[in-house]
Design a protein around this ligand. Structure first.
Ligand code: PMP
Length: 394
């Protein structure tokens, strides 16, 4: 059987992690893999998460099955967090799913059941896993203009012009906040225009919400998602609890759908549950119950929000420090965009040669597209890093 196979391409980020661990220089800096790190370079278990787990350990009475949609209390709490009062709850359905990735997967399968071979339009560039998930779900992928390498901002006029051309059978994948890999995001006024465009063309918005709370705060980060929900008849959302709850390996996410009315929501939801049943039957509970415990308890929720704010503010501070350090050394504002970007990443717009140079000469690791993980910047070595970036540009 297996002799018919050829080797699949390896994962680029995992390969980069391997190269980084094999590098013996004590001064090396890892700006590659997309996980939050604190000032000690550690991806911590949040205190609110630990407390929730302690409660669960003493309160849990059974480990029997929960059902295809997973933890119901979790689903309700996530709807409350993400959707709030932006849409009529009678039109919304939610299924817990394994991570943001699992949520994207089951929702793309749903799109393919509704419109086999539909085209999903993704930003140029987008998260490297969007394309394979879409292709593996039977969808076609196209791109819309997004990142402007000249300004390192969003090419908004071109983006909007492209969205205005779409039709009712099209799907538009939008990063709800904290765009990966670029760090360049839409303003509230731009979200308003995107929502209007979608309402006009009838294209289906599919929001990937993997970093809620990592940009400017839970409410501002939810603005675009809620604006779209309150403007269009139908939408899909893939929520991830990996980053904002630090639950990466627990695989917790949610697939959310909004239909035109309750009857259509029930029908679409029955298909979604059917897809899940035929794939992995039911999602794992642990991470979902952690999130439910936190969101349903005022004190734990306040503690989580504070820890989330600490992570967010640290990334904003590191952005500012890096931009300041580069400005001081270069007398130019060319890298000020780093301070304006939000979320865990910024796309620096360096050439492949510059990325290779940084790795070879300075032990600074980033993905080949020159995306840096802001949380990986060592605060006490921002100056070294600024000098290394400027050296690689020369
Ligand atoms: N979407 C985007 C844009 C992401 O960056 C990620 C995580 N790297 C995900 C979805 C999925 O995350 P997970 O499956 O780990 O929850």
């Amino acid at each position: 059987m297996f002799e018919a196979l050829t080797k699949a391409p390896g994962d680029k980020i995992l390969a980069l992690m391997g190269e980084y661990s094999a590098d013996s220089r004590s001064t090396k800096i890892d700006l590659g893999v997309g996980v939050y790190k604190d000032e000690n370079g550690v991806t911590p278990v949040m205190k609110a998460v630990r407390k929730a787990e302690e409660r669960m350990l003493s309160n849990e009475k059974t480990k029997t099955y929960l059902g295809i949609a997973g933890n119901k209390g979790y689903g309700a709490a996530v709807i409350d967090l993400v959707v709030a009062d932006s849409a009529d709850s009678a039109r919304i359905r939610v299924a817990q799913a394994p991570g943001g990735t699992g949520s994207l997967w089951v929702l793309m399968q749903l799109i393919n059941r509704a419109r086999p071979g539909a085209t999903i339009h993704v930003s140029d560039p987008t998260w490297a896993n969007h394309n394979p998930i879409a292709i593996n779900s039977g969808l076609k992928v196209a791109t819309y203009p997004y990142f402007d390498p000249a300004t390192r901002g969003v090419k908004f006029e071109q983006m909007l012009a492209a969205l205005d051309q779409l039709g009712a059978g099209d799907v538009v994948l939008l990063h709800g906040c904290c765009h990966n890999p670029t760090g360049a995001n839409l303003t509230e006024a731009q979200w308003d225009q995107v929502a209007q465009s979608l309402a006009k063309t009838g294209a289906l918005p599919f929001i990937d919400l993997a970093y809620l709370g990592f940009g400017d705060g839970i409410e501002p980060d939810a603005y675009g998602t809620r604006k779209i929900l309150s403007t269009v008849p139908e939408a899909l959302i893939a929520f991830s609890g990996s980053k904002n709850f630090g639950l990466y390996r627990e695989r917790v996410g949610a697939a959310i759908l909004m239909a035109r009315n309750s009857d259509e929501a029930d029908i679409a939801n029955s298909q979604l549950l059917n897809i899940i049943r035929g794939a992995y039957s039911q999602p794992p509970d642990h991470g979902a119950e952690i999130i439910r415990t936190i969101l349903d308890d005022a004190a734990l929720r306040a503690e989580w929000e504070e820890e989330l704010a600490t992570m967010r503010n640290r990334m904003i501070l590191l952005r500012k420090k890096l931009a300041d350090a580069i400005r001081e050394r270069s007398n130019s504002t060319d890298f000020d965009f780093v301070a304006d970007h939000r979320g865990m990443f910024s796309l620096l717009g360096l050439t492949n040669d510059a990325v290779d140079h940084l790795k070879a000469e300075n032990g600074v690791y980033m993905t080949g597209d020159s995306r840096i993980n802001i949380a990986g910047i060592p605060e006490d070595r921002v100056g070294d890093l600024a000098a290394a970036f400027l050296g690689a540009l020369r």
